[in-house]
Design a protein around this ligand. Structure first.
Ligand code: SF4
Length: 266
């Protein structure tokens, strides 16, 4: 069986049938969509790459140009102008702060352990970084919310952080949030220490989840979703799950080939 990633596990927990379409059938929507917040995901990836280059010693001007080029090219033609301007401004404001507030030698991660791939016999993961003291460094971009403590709790208790701590046999994790809304700011939270007992419990959780996923096999009917997840309602937007056409079961192969493409595993 293909090794399970943090995004695969998180997808299964949220929407088992999406997991089936994406990771078992190997399909993904042909085009990125604003309705599924792909522009926010793109910015998150570009921000992770920016911090990776920072810790690898790339100079500010070169790093900023690479990030801005990736954002402008990647968002062209499908992200509405208003959202594009808002996120471009966020990137412009956040990037210089990284060089002002942090240093590649600040110990948060080593150059050799920036964007680090780890795996064991069942799981795999790409950490944003790992320090010489064996602390996982995880960076996120998110909308500003007054509930910062709750946001940190949510990330700290995510399946992703648990997986990374288990894979790295880490002694702690350090979370960092870059806020996409004004006033744009970057919050680096204090290191949270992780005990051997916690890691044993998380490892047990991960294996129980993997056992469950493996037991479901190749039949899409073994992957029920709660219909709550089919339609997402957020501030100012109502959007549908990108796999709804496959779930409806009444599309022709021609339309299916138009709407979905084979996913290239990362
Ligand atoms: S459309 Fe609904 S049932 Fe189908 S994968 Fe998406 S969330 Fe699950």
């Amino acid at each position: 069986m293909t090794k399970l990633s943090a995004s695969g596990l998180a997808t299964f927990l949220k929407s088992p049938k999406s997991y089936f379409w994406r990771y078992k059938a190997g399909l993904e929507p042909s085009q990125p969509q604003v309705a599924t917040f792909d522009h926010d995901k793109l910015l998150g990836v570009i921000w992770a790459q920016y911090t990776d280059r920072f810790y690898r010693g790339v100079g500010e001007a070169t790093n900023a140009k690479a990030a801005m080029d990736a954002w402008l090219n990647g968002s062209e033609g499908w992200v509405p102008e208003k959202a594009r301007v808002r996120l471009t401004t966020a990137l412009e404001n956040l990037m210089p702060q990284y060089y002002q507030h942090f240093s590649p030698e600040d110990g948060c991660r080593t150059a050799e352990q920036s964007e680090l791939w780890l795996e064991n016999d069942r799981f795999r993961g790409r950490l944003d970084g790992l320090s010489a003291e064996n602390v996982v460094h995880e960076v996120k971009t998110t909308s500003r919310s007054p509930q910062v403590a709750e946001q940190l709790w949510k990330i700290g208790h995510s399946i992703q952080v648990k997986l990374y701590c288990v894979l790295a046999d880490a002694d702690g994790y350090c979370l960092e949030i870059a806020f996409k809304d004004p006033p744009h700011a970057i919050l680096r939270a204090p290191i949270v220490r992780v005990t051997a007992e916690q890691k044993r419990g998380w490892s047990q959780e991960l294996h129980a989840l993997a056992d469950r996923i493996e037991s479901l096999g190749d039949d899409p009917n073994n992957y029920p979703c709660h219909s709550e997840g089919c339609c997402m309602t957020t501030k100012g937007m109502v959007s549908m799950c990108s796999y709804r056409d496959l779930c409806s079961g009444d599309i022709s192969d021609e339309i299916k080939d138009l709407l979905y493409k084979k996913r290239v595993p990362q």
